[in-house]
Every structure is written in C-alpha cells, then in structure tokens.
Design a protein around this ligand. Structure first.
Ligand code: AMP
Length: 512
C-alpha cells in the first residue's frame, strides 16, 4: 500500500453545542466523555457572533486544555470539538481538528470522524486544479468541495460535496448561523442529536457524552442525513439518493463506551450477549472467567453467566496508560502492553482460566496475557475472543489498515493458538456476533459492517481497491467472488462487481 494511502486512518470523537452561553465548556465535558475515541490530539472552536475562535493541541484533552483561561477565551453560544486518533505517521499539529477557514463571506469550522475511500484521488484532482492543503487529513477535502460547488446556499453546496466523497464519515460544521452534522450513506460511524433542558442542542459521536452534559437523546442521525441546528431548532435533510445502514461492528465490539446506545442498542448489553453466545459456542472446562479490562469486562460477564463459572478479577489494568495499538513499532507496542496489564497471582495461581478478550489484531496482547497468567501460576489458559477473526482491512475509519498486520489473515485458529501460547483458543462466529448485537432492520447483517471478518465490503473501495484486490490470495478471491455473486444484497455496491470481474480476469490469466 502506498504511503499516501497508508497515512489517513482516523477514528475520532466529535461533539458540538448550539444555543448555550457555556458552549465551549460543555463541549469540553462532551469531549472528555469521548476521550476513548482519540488520544492523540484535541480541539474546540467556538462561535462568538460569527467570529470563530479555536484552541487545538497534541495529546489528551486535559493536556490541551490545562488552564481555565483556554476555555474562557472560547466565547460564544455555540462550539464544536474533536478528539483525534490516528496512526503514528500523521501525528502532527497540522492535523488536529476542528479546522477553521476564514472566507470573505464568513468563517467556517469543520471536523470529521471516519475515512474517505476516494480521498487520495479527490485530493490529487483538487491540487491539480490549484487547491492548497495544509494538512494530510481527509477533512479539508470536504471544505474545498463545498467552496467549489456552483450552487448558491451552503446547504446545497454541502449536499454536492457530500455526494462527491465516499466512505465512512460523520462531519460537524460550524458557521455564524448554524451547526450542521452529516453522516455517510451507510452510517458507518455513530452520530446522535440531543437536547438540553434549556433548549440547547448537542451533536455527539456517542450517547455517553449526552449524559455528561445532561442532554436527552432526540434521535440518532440516520445514513445519508444532514441535521441543521440553528436558532429555530433543528431540521433533517436527506442528501443521499441511496442509503443502507452498515454501522461498523467494531463500534459495538471494542470502540464505543459501554454506557453508549447505538441505534437503540446498548453497547454493554450487546457485549454481554456476545460473551453469552461465546460460552454457548465454545464451552471449556475451567475454574474461572477473566475479562481483559476494560473493553472485555461486559463480554466476560455474559460468558460467566452462561457457563456458571465465577467471574474473577485475574487481570488489572493500569488506567493511566494510553492505548497500545497506536505505538509505531512492535517493540514499543509490546512495552505498552507490559505497562498496561498485570496478573493477580493469588487469584489465578493453580487455576484453569478462561480469558475473554474482544479481538485479536496482531496477537501482541493475547500472547502477552497468556504469558503473564502462566508466569503468575495459572494451570491452563483458554482464550475466548468475543468477535470473529479479523482478516480484512477496514477502509472506513477503524485503524486496521493492512492485511499484513492481521494475524488471522495469515494464520489458522490453531496456528494463532500456538503463537499466543494458549491451551485453547476460540472466536465468536459471525452469526453469533450479528445476532448478539441484534440491530433491528432488514439491511444485510442486521445493518452492521462485518467486512473485517468476511471481506463483504458494503461500498466500492475506490482508491484502495486495486491494492486490496492485488493483495488477495487466489482462494480468497474465489471465495469473495462466489460470495458477491450469491449475496449482492448491498444497494449499488460496485465492490461486488469489481471482485467478480477481478476474479474472472485472474482465472483467465491462470488458464492462459
Ligand atoms: P493486538 O494486540 O494487536 O492483537 O490487538 C488486540 C487488542 O487491541 C485487543 O485487546 C483489543 O481490545 C484492542 N483493539 C482492537 N481493535 C482495535 C483498534 N481498532 N484500535 C485500538 N485497539 C484495538
């Protein structure tokens, strides 16, 4: 994969307020509740009667806003904010959002959660036409497209721009007169509208941040919708001709906070059901269940309930270590895992333990956990993973970028078991995952994106497609082509036709 394609993965949190004199402070509180979605940088922009004031920086929210005066300066009754999580390669101040743009007809500020699949080619085209970019983030592309649209109102221009970008995105936009939220036609990332008692509106990546500022959920923003909030209230505009919900299943598995609800499904309860289902699918003789803190504690509770085994605290997490996943080298990643988790010797010594984790990406964490528990005297360690094996990259904004990093793309379950040193290993089935999350709706997989598990991408992959198809082993290509022929359920999915024709070309090459 080229460096250009490799650099733009962003999983972030966005939060905005319209109509409260303390808008920037409330935005700070909202972002604080969304800190798990991004720890690399943060920023808030407020709207002081049309003058947009910004404060941004690298690091955690409390590092960026370490002094009361920094919030005090962000005056006005509206604000939007962002916490950023990106791959190590692009950790520069220039990429910290929200971005603010000064135009002759008014300031605008913009932030974004997700990843655009056609960003590199759009950017190249825009640069060739004279556009100047100051970051390597996807977000600026949208603003260039808005400004280039020939239509007269901001809303029409935004609709044009949103119909030009592809992939996973939730945007927040702030101007003097309104705060706007927009979601991609598949709703890959969550976005919710809430209302405070004083009538102020908030938009947030997750509902957990609504609770923190005392807002009631009004509605989840649906695929292909724009929500415009101004002094008259809010209105919804449908900008996309075709929509189909395929929300990222990793939001439920790992990314979102357990107290959040996504499309009416509570994340903790979904994880607990995944754990229960895992216990039914892969029972094992053991003395106790241990959840890997924090993201797997809900699944461990479900596993324990069904298996009848005690749910013990056999692993403790140091809560002050940021996520290990973003460390740039394997050595640092391993050091990060060592700093993060410790085994409780007196609990596990001499015991047969079932360890529940939410996912295996590279295998670093599971391998370390097995070693820790064995060193602490565990008699047997059985790993149970509350999601299916991650085999395919994500192009919509979760940092699982290349197949070569994914251990399950190269190794069988037995080979992974051997690599991590566990006595047994099992993953949740795909059906088990979909049924446990239990979204209501008739979209494929109940409205979830499960492409990391089975390669069934709900959209065209655009700039990523050629590299992705070239990286597919023949058997995979054959399987996906068959799959695409039998299950072309996704509305207007060009990826399915690409994979079928790619397979046909490959087969011809092989035959000739
Ligand atoms: P690894 O050690 O590379 O196998 O990563 C697995 C661990 O990373 C699991 O314990 C997960 O909780 C966590 N994880 C899974 N997906 C992600 C992600 N997209 N970003 C950060 N951490 C993740």
């Amino acid at each position: 994969m080229s460096a250009e394609l490799e650099e733009i993965h962003e999983e972030c949190g966005i939060f905005g307020v319209w109509g409260d004199p303390d808008a920037s402070r409330l935005t700070y509180f909202g972002l604080h509740a969304l800190q798990h979605r991004g720890q690399e940088g943060a920023g808030i922009v407020s709207n002081d009667h049309g003058h947009l004031i910004s404060h941004r920086g690298l690091g955690l929210l409390t590092q960026v806003f370490h002094d009361e005066s920094q919030i005090e300066r962000l005056k006005g009754e509206a604000a939007i904010g962002h916490v950023r999580y990106a791959t190590a390669g692009s950790s520069s101040f220039d990429n910290i959002q929200p971005f603010t743009f000064r135009f002759h007809d008014g300031d605008m500020s913009l932030c974004h959660n997700g990843n655009l699949t056609n960003c590199p080619s759009l950017r190249r085209k825009l640069e060739n036409e004279g556009a100047i970019f100051r970051s390597n983030s996807d977000t600026e592309v949208l603003m260039h497209l808005i400004r280039r649209s020939p239509r007269s109102t901001l809303l029409d221009r935004l609709c044009d721009a949103l119909n030009t970008v592809h992939g996973g995105f939730a945007y927040l936009l702030l101007t003097e007169h309104e705060m706007i939220g927009a979601l991609d036609p598949n709703g890959f990332r969550p976005l919710t509208l809430g209302r405070m008692k004083n009538g102020a509106y908030v938009l947030s990546s997750e509902t957990c941040a609504l609770d923190v500022v005392g807002a009631e959920r009004v509605r989840d923003i649906q695929p292909g919708e724009i929500v415009v909030v101004d002094n008259d209230g809010y209105r919804i505009v449908q900008y996309a001709p075709h929509t189909q919900l395929s929300i990222c299943s990793m939001e439920f598995i790992y990314f979102a906070r357990p107290d959040s609800d996504i499309y009416g499904v509570n994340v903790h309860s979904a994880r607990k059901r995944m754990g229960s289902r895992l216990a039914l699918e892969s029972a094992v003789e053991a003395d106790m269940v241990i959840g890997v803190p924090n993201s797997s504690l809900s699944a461990a509770a479900g596993y324990a309930e069904i298996s009848g085994l005690p749910n013990e605290m056999g692993l403790v997490k140091n809560q002050y270590v940021a996520r290990t996943f973003i460390q740039p080298t394997q050595e640092l990643r391993e050091q990060g895992v060592r700093m993060k988790l410790s085994a409780v010797r007196s609990v596990v010594s001499g015991k047969r333990v079932v360890v529940i984790d939410d996912s295996i990406v590279r295998g670093t964490t599971s391998r370390h956990i097995v070693q820790l528990l064995k060193e602490a005297g565990a008699a047997e360690v059985h790993m149970r993973i509350s999601s299916p094996p991650l085999k395919y990259p994500c192009f919509y904004g979760i940092d699982i970028s290349t197949t070569k990093e994914l251990i399950a793309a190269k190794k069988s379950v037995e080979e992974i078991r051997e690599f991590i040193g566990a006595d047994s290993l099992a993953f949740l089935s795909l059906d088990g995952l979909v049924e446990s999350i239990g979204l209501q709706g008739d979209a494929p997989y109940g409205g979830l994106c499960v492409a990391y598990f089975n390669g069934d991408y709900p959209t065209a992959l655009d700039d990523y497609e050629a590299d992705f198809l070239a990286s597919l082993p023949s058997e995979d290509c054959e399987r996906l082509a068959h799959f695409a022929e039998c299950n072309s359920e996704y509305v207007g999915n060009e990826f399915h036709s690409s994979i079928v024709s790619h397979h046909a070309r490959r087969a011809l090459r092989v035959d000739s």
